[in-house]
Design a binder for this molecule. Structure first.
Ligand SMILES: Nc1nc2c(ncn2[C@@H]2O[C@H](COP(=O)(O)OP(=O)(O)OP(=O)(O)O)[C@@H](O)[C@H]2O)c(=O)[nH]1
Ligand SMILES: [Mg+2]
Length: 317
């Protein structure tokens, strides 16, 4: 294991050094042997950041809206972290090209940290790396972390499990209605944004959405009414309304005890993902090993049922 002074790195990140933040995220993303030490060093400093998820179909304007929100949070003098998650891209590290262009206004602001993350085929994948990266940004003093993910429902990274508030973006003319219903966005959205309101059909999209919400509203359950905000993200139009909706939802979460509940659920998934990854790696080591081939012979011969064999295998790892 190469020598890395993790506590020093965390101290540098906390003092606002972007390189230290980037280094820590790389360590968690690469599932380096330092992963555990990083988690230990970050732990006293996490739990402060407000986590906002933005999701929606490709090209709907997530990065543009993210950039718009960065500006709004910076106007409040808050530090902002951004994680752009692209499960389909092999590229990682700096911002994706498109994002770099759209977010470049903020690229030189030392109080803004932008990072894209992509699948690299490592063990826990983004499901374990993303919460750790979030933790790095939180510990580094980001007041707000914006997480952008493509797609709804099919993403490897379940943004709902990560964010305090999930924003679902739609745009006119994308066949949203049906698609959206299928993808279960009614369940996951805390705030709807109909972006590209400068295009034809935006009002219809808002109407469709209202209709769907009224049909889908559960009679029981939380009383939060999902607001719909129309925006032209590329022109910064509607940003105040989106910010107001985000603040209202945050207040609602706090006053209903939901913020803590959501964060506990986030931690639950994180623990589970780590445990599953760890088990999988141990079982991977077992594959081709004595124990497994012995058990396999007995199952194949009808001497043992596969459940009992699996129990034996797990107990032996
Ligand atoms: N007309 C119009 N175009 C917009 C608006 N917002 C964003 N765009 C444009 O839509 C295109 C896609 O915007 P992005 O912000 O990259 O969309 P995205 O959802 O992040 O895209 P992916 O990350 O590739 O899924 C860009 O050309 C933007 O300039 C808007 O409100 N109106
Ligand atoms: Mg984008």
């Amino acid at each position: 294991m190469s020598r890395v002074d993790i506590p020093a790195l965390v101290a540098d990140a906390r003092s606002g050094q972007a390189r230290a933040v980037a280094r820590l995220i790389s360590l968690v993303e690469d599932e380096s042997p330092h992963l555990r030490a990083v988690a230990v060093a970050l732990t006293p400093f996490v739990g402060r950041a407000r986590v906002l998820g933005l999701t929606g179909p490709p090209g709907v304007g997530k990065s543009t809206a993210t950039s718009m929100l960065i500006a709004a949070f910076r106007a409040r003098d808050l530090r902002v972290g951004v994680l752009a998650i692209d499960p389909s891209s092999p590229f990682s590290g700096g911002a994706l090209l498109g994002d770099r262009i759209r977010m470049h206004d903020h690229a030189t602001d030392p109080a803004v940290f932008i990072r894209s993350m992509a699948t690299r085929g490592h063990l826990g994948g983004l499901a374990t790396a993303t919460p750790q990266a979030l933790r790095v940004l939180d510990a580094a003093g980001c007041d707000v972390v914006l997480i952008e993910t493509v797609g709804v429902g099919q993403s490897e990274v379940d943004i709902v499990g990560l964010a305090d508030t999930t924003v679902v973006l739609l745009a006119p003319g994308m066949g949203d209605g049906i698609q959206a219903a299928k993808a279960g966005i009614l369940e996951i959205a805390d705030v709807f944004v109909v972006n590209k309101a400068d295009r034809d059909g935006a009002e219809q999209t808002v109407r469709d959405l209202k209709h769907m919400i009224s049909l889908g509203r559960r009679s029981l359950g939380p009383a939060w009414r999902q607001p719909i905000v129309a925006t032209v993200a590329s022109a910064g139009e509607g940003v105040d309304e989106v910010m107001a909706a985000l603040d209202t939802h945050h207040d609602w979460l706090v006053s209903h005890g939901e913020l803590d509940a959501r964060r506990a659920r986030r931690a639950e998934r994180e623990i589970e993902a780590i445990a599953v990854a760890s088990l999988r790696s141990r079982l991977g080591g077992v594959r081709g090993g004595e124990a497994l081939s012995g058990l396999a012979r007995r199952v194949a011969a009808g001497e043992l049922d596969p459940y009992a064999a699996a129990d034996t295998l797990i107990a032996g790892t």
